[in-house]
Write a protein of this length. Structure first.
Length: 356
């Protein structure tokens, strides 16, 4: 079966219109829509438009706020803390970037932590804007309201997958790092569970602590857990990374797992650095360009593909989908068609010649 493709601009417009139909202000809706569509363009299809219908449900249930302002907890020239008041996460992160980038140009670096944000979607979707301006950006998040990832040696979830991302300038296109401190994510686990499918390897523990590849173990009572990055043999590394991300998010924000749960959301850490304030952008990219050439030209394993830098596949997919249309995961369009029907916002028609 040939899957339809949709124009990215039409999907952005649809997403923004759908959010405005549930009273999200236009500028805020545009930020959220752009982040979600960019997530899909980069290939992160569990953290792109797959989140649009759940976001609409959160708004209608009163769990995502649309009014009020960010509360400034602390504001020093290069270090800030905000209380996000459970406002939309993609808008909060973009507001944070708009605040930090001029400060980083002036001061060399600037950091922000946001507590009580709503969910922030795909971390990779924020990286291009800074990297294309010659800035290095680091972004991390945790959700203090949930726990699906066990500490190394344990069997009960404490952490969320705790992603960390970085956009690194280079002459032939930035490196885009977006990884989790766990072997798999909640989003992909939930999708496979609904489809009745399993992972291809043991990345989970059942409630008795036995390795499993069946996401159904996460939905038992008591639930199983997701293994930290490194799995049963080297999971101390992912565990340590998760602890670091907790310190950068909940620790610096002064709000995290020690506080009462408030629902689906995020605590966010964001730093922007200007290489010109250090060894200079030219010197920075001389190093990253050397790394890119050395890695991409590295002899591949027998029968394997050429080495790619982090982000190479996503950026190539983005270019291809911007040209020929965005291919959505089969579960996404029906969900959005129904949400659009409920709110009087028609879903875009697929492109003609959809098999290209």
């Amino acid at each position: 079966m040939i899957e339809p493709r949709f124009p990215a601009d039409a999907l952005r417009t649809f997403a923004a219109d759908l959010l405005q139909a549930v009273s999200m202000p236009p500028g805020m809706a545009r930020d959220v829509a752009e982040v979600l569509v960019l997530g899909d363009l980069l290939g992160h299809d569990t953290h792109g438009l797959a989140l649009l219908a759940p976001y609409v449900d959160e708004i209608r249930a009163g769990h995502m706020n649309l009014t009020g302002a960010v509360q400034v907890v602390s504001d020093r020239p290069a270090a800030l803390c905000w209380d996000g008041q459970r406002l939309p996460g993609p808008w909060l992160v973009r507001e944070g970037m708009r605040t930090l980038m001029p400060r980083a140009r002036e001061l060399g670096s600037a950091s922000l932590v946001i507590r009580r944000s709503h969910h922030i979607a795909c971390l990779a979707a924020y990286l291009l804007e800074a990297a294309e301006q010659g800035l290095l950006m680091i972004l991390a998040s945790s959700d203090p309201n949930g726990g699906s990832v066990a500490p190394f040696g344990g069997t009960r979830g404490i952490f969320t997958p705790n992603p960390i991302a970085a956009g690194i300038p280079a002459s032939d296109g930035p490196f885009l790092i977006d990884i989790s401190a766990s072997l798999v994510t909640n989003g992909l686990s939930g999708r496979l569970y609904k489809e009745g499918r399993a992972f291809g390897y043991d990345c989970l523990l059942d409630a008795q602590g036995q390795p499993s590849r069946d996401p159904a173990v996460l939905f038992t009572e008591p639930p199983g857990s997701i293994l930290p990055l490194g799995g049963v043999q080297a999971g101390h590394k992912g565990f340590a990374l998760a602890v670091l991300i907790e310190a950068l998010t909940g620790g610096l924000a002064g709000h995290g797992r020690a506080d009462p749960a408030e629902g689906w959301g995020a605590t966010v850490y964001l730093t922007v650095l200007d290489p010109e304030a250090f060894g200079g952008l030219a010197g920075f990219t001389r190093q990253t360009d050397w790394l890119a050439q050395a890695c991409r030209s590295n002899p591949p394993r027998p029968g394997g593909e050429a080495v790619r830098m982090p982000g190479d596949r996503g950026l190539a997919l983005k270019r291809q989908q911007e040209k020929s249309g965005l291919r959505l995961h089969p579960s996404i369009a029906p969900m959005l068609v129904e949400k659009g029907r409920q709110l009087g916002v028609p879903f875009p028609q697929p492109l003609s010649g959809r098999g290209r």
